[in-house]
Design a binder for this molecule. Structure first.
Ligand code: NAI
Ligand code: ISE
Length: 342
């Protein structure tokens, strides 16, 4: 069966996912798209030979030629389209964040529970990265003892001057929030923010860099450096420190080249390069689940909700010294075991 996918939002990642479903992966065809930027949608349709360009996301969801929906629009538009997909009974892959507030994510949880089946997968692609998977195995198989600490870094080359600290937490730190929950298999219970000297590239309203510290239910401490104007490239780091050893992510499998001028390892330009294989893998799995009529095996609405609640606490922590608690509701059995791997 070929899964016919409708795409809402044909910006940078939407177009990249259309490319992978059209030119890289088997089992899917993009049959309808939309974007509030009509010219952009038309150009993408022409580039990939897509027949239907609809006026709105709701038209894409209602299209009888669409079996499943990909939401890749701006975050504030996610809730509406995820809810409409659930109402239509269509599986929906929503790029992160699931929605921009915990309340919006809770409405999605409630809609999915009312529908009686899991239809939503959230785009936390790091769970599909080979390096992160090896790290999770090392953290869980006893080879480094029980995890005690983790050190993470999330460095982007540059962001537009309109990006604020709140946006950076919801857009970027949300990945480490998900990775922490998934790697350690437990919820984050408190968060704190440390604000070092600001980069000269940080625009007004942006604390850059910032260090976000998470405390988990069992007391593991995770420090995450977020720097969004490092200029040199896209640099993602993660190390888990256990009782008897530690496990560190090698940077995307990059090779160190030694030559006349020393030893150098390439740094990826952006997330499309660094996580290309992970995005392929998450879509391969999602397409297989949709084709088989199974609930999606990847990050769920619960994972999207939990990440939004932690992100919300981190935003409050920007203005509150010390720890800010994470007010998570109880996890419905519908979503299985806390922190379960995809
Ligand atoms: P973008 O700004 O390049 O593209 C977003 C597109 O959505 C734009 O073309 C915009 O016109 C369109 N759009 C906005 N509201 C819409 C609506 N109501 N209906 C239809 N189209 C609408 O942004 P980008 O980088 O592609 O990000 C899109 C989403 O993907 C965001 O939620 C972002 O956080 C997420 N993302 C995830 C990544 C990952 O690593 N998993 C990487 C990059 C983005
Ligand atoms: C972007 O939206 C993503 O999701 C990338 O994976 C992340 O690393 C980047 O910081 C975000 O801006």
């Amino acid at each position: 069966m070929t899964v016919r996918v409708g795409v809402i939002g044909t910006g940078m990642i939407g177009e990249d996912h259309i490319r992978r479903m059209t030119a890289v992966l088997a089992g899917a065809a993009v049959t309808a798209i939309t974007d509030v930027d009509k010219d952009r949608a038309a150009a993408v349709a022409e580039r990939f030979g897509i027949q239907a360009v609809h006026a709105t996301g709701r038209d894409v969801i209602a299209d009888p030629g669409v079996d499943a929906v990909l939401v890749a629009s701006w975050g504030p538009a996610h809730e509406e389209y995820v809810l409409a997909s659930i109402a239509a009974g269509k599986p929906v892959f929503c790029e992160k964040p699931l929605a921009t507030t915990p309340e919006a994510c809770a409405r999605i949880l409630e809609a999915e529970a009312a529908a009686g089946r899991r239809l939503v997968q959230v785009g936390f692609m790091r769970r599909y990265d080979a390096g992160y998977r090896a790290l999770k195995a090392a953290a869980g198989d006893g080879s480094i003892g029980a995890p005690l600490l983790a050190h993470m870094a999330h460095r982007n080359p540059a962001v537009p001057p309109t990006v604020t600290s709140e946006m950076a937490i919801n857009d970027s730190v949300v990945h480490e929030i998900d990775v922490t929950r998934w790697l350690l298999g437990e919820e984050i219970t408190a968060v704190m923010i440390l604000a070092p000297r600001r980069s000269r590239f940080a625009a007004e309203g942006l604390q850059d860099p910032m260090v976000v510290v998470f405390r988990t239910a069992s007391g593991v401490l995770v420090d995450d450096e977020l720097s969004v104007n490092v200029r040199y490239g896209y640099d993602i780091q993660c190390e888990v420190v256990g009782e008897t050893g530690n496990a560190r992510l090698a940077n995307g499998g990059a090779v160190a080249v030694t030559g006349e001028h020393g030893r150098a390892t390439a740094v990826p330009a952006d997330w499309r390069v660094r996580f290309a294989d992970a995005y392929d893998e998450e879509f391969r799995a999602w397409i297989a689940d949709v084709a088989a009529g199974r609930p999606p095996g990847g990050p769920s609405s619960w994972d999207g909700y939990a990440a939004a609640v932690v992100a919300g606490a981190a935003v409050r922590a920007l203005r509150a010294p010390g720890w800010t608690d994470v007010p998570l509701r109880d996890r419905p059995v519908f979503y299985g075991v806390a922190g379960a791997a995809s």
